[in-house]
Design a protein around this ligand. Structure first.
Ligand SMILES: Nc1nc2c(ncn2[C@@H]2O[C@H](COP(=O)(O)OP(=O)(O)OP(=O)(O)O)[C@@H](O)[C@H]2O)c(=O)[nH]1
Ligand SMILES: [Mg+2]
Length: 300
């Protein structure tokens, strides 16, 4: 006999760059939230919906919690903190390849203040990136994180090597409440195709740039025309300085072309039709400190 159907909301929370979005995409089976090696990749709450024969888990991917230096950073932290309330389970993810530092301690405090460990909502601590954790440090690291985040359930994983991810999923599913699916079975996210397309362009830009540039990049869709056979999309990459614009455009436009080509291929796959994508670069001084622009970008 099969058990009852389980369905629930799971907040995925942690510092930037620990692998939260990588996990959510892996479970959903599709890229719903962009991933990069740069911290603060995720900039708003993104739902990733995984539906199976006997359960549905609605993951709330969140921006990494960090020490905020501007309006954008504050908005990111706020979006993440708000997402721990009203869920059925909280998954706290850490980077197990490093010993906990100040940002981990700050995060632990934030979660404690939000009542995460004291509430009835189950908490799972996921120690990710075990593939880069030195064998000699395993025990020390494990104990240090366990002490900092007093979760009743622990799992060490490697998302990139697909190690223990299935065990983590089992652990999650058995804690979900019994109930009907919350979303239609073919829905994988709450993000619009427009937003996802802009995010994919930003992802390519993040992966090709270094230092301060990834943080200074935003992306939005300026125009979108679509029929049965094709989509014509005009997108804008926003930066804060002329020098950043120069880097994003590249020699003879080569960088922008590469970003556009890579993004177009992925957008085409999702839309299942031909895509004409034009990307422009615009400079808006200090947009990260500008509430109006943050709202227009839907980061607030
Ligand atoms: N070595 C290793 N790298 C990983 C693992 N999981 C994720 N990564 C990498 O870590 C980087 C960050 O991954 P993301 O999924 O974007 O991290 P995030 O926690 O969503 O980051 P923010 O959105 O900035 O909060 C990417 O380069 C991933 O490929 C893992 O298990 N091992
Ligand atoms: Mg992310």
């Amino acid at each position: 006999m099969e058990g009852a159907y389980r369905a629930g909301m799971v907040a995925v929370i942690g510092k930037p760059n620990v692998g939260k979005s990588t996990f959510v995409n892996a479970i959903v089976g599709q890229k719903v939230s962009i991933v990069s090696s740069k911290p603060q990749t995720t900039r708003r709450r993104v739902l990733g919906i995984a539906t199976k024969a006997s359960w549905q888990a609605v993951f709330v991917d969140t921006p990494g919690i960090h020490t905020a230096h501007n309006q954008l950073g504050k908005a990111l932290n706020q979006a993440a903190q708000q997402s721990v309330s009203g869920v059925d389970l909280v998954l706290v993810m850490v980077d197990s390849s490093r010993m906990p530092g100040k940002e981990d301690k700050d995060l632990a405090l934030i979660l404690e203040q939000a009542g995460v460990f004291a509430s009835k909502t189950p908490v799972i601590l996921c120690l990710n990136k075990m593939d880069v954790l030195k064998a000699a440090n395993v025990e020390r690291c494990y104990e240090a994180y366990k002490e900092l985040f007093p979760a009743e359930n622990l799992m060490m994983t490697s998302m990139t090597r697909d190690e223990n991810v299935d065990l983590l999923v089992n652990m999650i599913v058995e804690k979900l409440p019994e109930g009907e699916p919350l979303y239609p079975e073919d829905q994988v996210t709450d993000q619009s195709m427009r937003f996802l397309a802009a995010e994919l362009i930003r992802e390519k830009a993040l992966n090709k740039t270094r230092k301060e540039i990834p943080h200074a990049v935003a992306c939005y869709i300026e125009n979108w025309e679509e029929n049965d056979k094709l989509a014509r999309i005009e997108a804008v990459i926003l930066v804060e300085r002329d020098s950043q614009k120069g880097i994003l455009i590249g020699k003879g436009g080569s960088m922008l072309k590469a970003i556009g080509t890579e993004a177009r291929v992925e957008i085409q796959e999702i839309l299942e039709k031909k895509v004409f994508l034009q990307v422009f670069v615009k400079v808006r001084d200090s947009w990260r400190g500008n509430e109006q622009i943050l709202r227009e970008l839907e980061y607030m």
